[in-house]
Design a protein around this ligand. Structure first.
Ligand SMILES: Cc1cc2nc3c(=O)[nH]c(=O)nc-3n(C[C@H](O)[C@H](O)[C@H](O)COP(=O)(O)OP(=O)(O)OC[C@H]3O[C@@H](n4cnc5c(N)ncnc54)[C@H](O)[C@@H]3O)c2cc1C
Ligand SMILES: C[S@@+](CC[C@H](N)C(=O)[O-])C[C@H]1O[C@@H](n2cnc3c(N)ncnc32)[C@H](O)[C@@H]1O
Length: 660
């Protein structure tokens, strides 16, 4: 359990008024989003020019990036102007990473209306609007231009979210309404966070010239100066960070050195985790060899016809729950690129309150999360949503639905610099100087300075990752031919199992759990068990599907292994050499509070992306971004403590502390 504050069901969207010129004003703060005289010119002066961005973008080399941090995303005007300038100035191989915090995101309709004010930004605004979905509280990642532009939107209060950010910011856009209108934000805590996150010599620009802001920034380590503003604004502030860099954290969760030399990676396993890893690296200019033992991608756990975007949340803001909200948003935005109806559908997901305990848990969730993420429905409303009769009401996730995992894998693996190598089973990993080699007997399959193990539980076959505690859990789904009556089902419905509206004429019904079986031949016993799950979900739907007449021995389906870790969090990130780790941090066995300054004995260039359990559709794609962030020294796409909760070293650390 984390000690992070619970998620909050605070206002979801900004409340706006529009002036006679069609410009937005915040009703809550009583302030404008941008200069009413010339928003574009002011943004370009205060944030772009005063951070020296035209020259800094032009000076980037291929493979380099610049990271901008902003307080207050608002209408995204600053972001779009920075992006436009980046397109004009930066070399093709450079990347822009923009991190912005927003407590009251604009609704889609308001954002569209606000951005329509700037015709010259139209292509950028359109791309933003297309991705502006499922932006729920916490860390949300959006990719543009094939990943050349990364936007990390942190939805929530800047004072709550910046402390969770792991990033090195090169340039700050200190926005966020005038200090007099928003004194809660312009605090010493904010300035300390700006300093903690600043790269050496980070620049900063702000529209305010208030003395207390200037003095506070000076105190926090920025050397500020007043410079002329635009129009009615006489003066604004700009500065440079010259303070002391933040102290390093715990070495076992530190960032490993970014591998020098060619940006080439070897990814083993082409399910959701491997395809996502390959995609995130390829988007950053890496050459990726993606090795898969089967004749095609997505043949094992990621091969079901329909998987559910099932969010199992906690009202207590646990690491897993925050990962799920971030991962859901990321996957949901990726799915927008696929064919709706055939590859995915945002038909919503209904989780039935099948007993009193579940109903109580759901009531807590409904109080903790905003209603555009989930709503509590009574039985009548739930039945109306689902189009069938149900035993209970439940929690409805309007933006969720189902996806065809192989289509998502296909989308992710289809980038130009991913070389898919099928029928290639890596049986052994060898280290040759600074490269990792994958071997099958005496056949060298591929080699690269970086290897990412994304082979689900099969990663235990490699000695370096053999001790990671992964369990295989066999699961089987049943494919039920849709009937005229079953087509009334309009949303995914879940209880212990789940059933989805039909895809290509078939409903997917799942799924069994078997902790002991190793046999992947579909069994009629599991089909029979799935039909019982259907009966619990809805006797009405079971009847519509003529389930009483269905013979489990004749049903079609497929079985695969889920791969689960003991704490149900995925295992994502760099891995240390186990014995050297135990030796380096042995003192923790005596005193767990010690933080020795011994560097972590990393297995240089070796990374893990596995353990996605029953929710790989939600966690695996974002895990690809997390791997890429570790490997490219980028802002992490999830809060620091969530990344640590997913870190491969956590097991060795726990064993040490428990004296095992
Ligand atoms: C029955 C069932 C129902 C599920 N339902 C849902 C759901 O509704 N929603 C949801 O989000 N998740 C669901 N899941 C979970 C989800 O499918 C997984 O979390 C996800 O597919 C895991 O992806 P992966 O890439 O880690 O593993 P996999 O898809 O298993 O991929 C691993 C790949 O590595 C390859 N490989 C292994 N060893 C080697 C080697 N040595 N060399 C080369 N290649 C190798 C394998 O062939 C395989 O292709 C379900 C799982 C099952 C089994
Ligand atoms: C002036 S507007 C930002 C304009 C924006 N940069 C643009 O390009 O449109 C200020 C923004 O800061 C947000 N904000 C204010 N206080 C905040 C806080 N404490 N945490 C996060 N966001 C905050 C507001 O909701 C608002 O969207």
């Amino acid at each position: 359990m984390s000690d992070t504050p619970s998620p909050s069901a605070e206002p979801q969207h900004a409340l706006l008024d529009w002036d006679e010129r069609g410009q937005p004003l915040s009703r809550l703060f009583g302030d404008v989003y941008f200069s009413q005289d010339n928003g574009l010119a002011e943004t370009r002066q205060v944030f772009l020019a005063n951070n020296d961005l035209p020259a800094r973008f032009a000076a980037l080399a291929d493979g380099e990036q610049l990271v901008i941090g902003e307080t207050g995303f608002g209408t995204g005007l600053n972001f779009l102007c920075a992006w436009q300038l980046f397109e004009q100035q930066a070399p093709v191989g450079a990347r822009l990473h923009f991190v912005s915090v927003e407590k009251y995101p604009l609704s889609h309709a308001d954002l569209q209306r606000a951005l329509a004010l700037w015709p010259e930004l139209a292509p950028f605004a359109e791309a933003l609007l297309a991705q502006y979905v499922a932006l729920h509280p916490g860390f949300q990642r959006l990719l543009f231009g094939g990943g050349r532009i990364v936007l990390s939107l942190l939805i929530g209060d800047v004072l709550e979210l910046l402390p969770q950010l792991d990033a090195r910011i090169d340039a700050w856009f200190l926005d966020g309404f005038a200090p007099a209108k928003n004194p809660q934000m312009w605090t010493p805590e904010l300035f300390a966070e700006l300093a903690r996150l600043s790269a050496p010599q980070a620049s900063i620009g702000t529209f305010t010239s208030t003395g207390h802001v200037r003095r506070s920034l000076n105190q926090a380590g920025f050397q500020m100066q007043r410079v002329p503003g635009l129009g009615k604004k006489w003066e604004v502030l700009k500065g440079r960070f010259s303070g002391t860099p933040a102290a390093p954290g715990k070495p076992w969760f530190a960032r490993p050195p970014v591998p020098a030399g060619a940006r080439q990676a070897l990814v083993i396993g082409a399910g959701l985790a491997g395809c996502a890893t390959a995609a995130s690296l390829a988007a950053r200019g890496w050459q990726v060899s993606l090795l898969e033992r089967h004749a095609g991608i997505a043949q094992e756990a990621s091969g079901n016809p329909q998987g559910v975007l099932y969010l199992k949340l906690s009202a207590h803001g646990t690491a897993l729950s925050r990962l799920i909200v971030s991962g859901f948003g990321y996957t949901r935005r990726l799915l927008e690129q696929l064919h709706k109806g055939r590859d995915w559908d945002n038909c919503g997901v209904l989780q039935l309150a099948f007993d009193a305990k579940e109903a109580q848990r759901q009531a807590q969730l409904a109080a903790a999360f905003p209603s555009d993420l989930l709503v509590n429905l009574d039985r009548a409303s739930a039945e109306e949503r689902a189009g069938i009769r149900l035993p209970a009401g439940g929690l409805f996730y309007p933006q969720a639905g189902w996806a065809h995992p192989p289509a998502l894998c296909e989308l992710l693996a289809s980038q130009a610099n991913i070389r898919l190598q099928l029928h290639q089973e890596a049986l052994e990993l060898r280290r040759d100087g600074k490269t990792w080699q994958a071997w099958h007997g005496e056949q060298l399959l591929a080699s690269a300075p970086v290897v990412v193990l994304a082979a689900a539980a099969e990663i235990q076959r490699f000695p370096c990752s053999a001790e990671l505690p992964l369990k295989r859990i066999r699961g089987q789904i049943s494919r039920l031919p849709a009937t005229a009556e079953s087509r009334a089902l309009t949303t995914v419905v879940c209880a212990e199992g789940y059933v989805a509206p039909p895809r290509l004429g078939e409903h997917t019904l799942g799924a069994s759990f078997d902790f002991s079986s190793d046999d992947l031949t579909p069994s009629s016993a599991d089909h029979a068990g799935n039909l019982e799950l259907l009966q619990q979900i809805s006797a009405d739907l079971a009847e519509r599907l003529h389930s009483a007449q269905l013979d489990p021995a004749r049903l079609q389906g497929r079985a695969a292994f889920r791969c689960t870790s003991p704490d149900y969090l995925p295992i994502v990130g760099p891995l240390a050499e186990r014995q050297a780790f135990t030796a380096a941090y042995a003192v923790l066995g005596k005193d767990a509070r010690q933080v020795p300054d011994t560097p972590c004995p990393w297995l240089d260039g070796l990374y893990i992306n596995s353990g996605h359990g029953s929710r790989g559709l939600i966690t695996a794609p974002l895990a690809g971004e997390l791997i890429a962030a570790w490997l490219n020294d980028e802002p992490l796409p999830v809060p620091r403590d969530v990344a640590e909760a997913c870190h491969p070293n956590r097991f060795a650390l726990r064993a040490l502390i428990r004296g095992q």
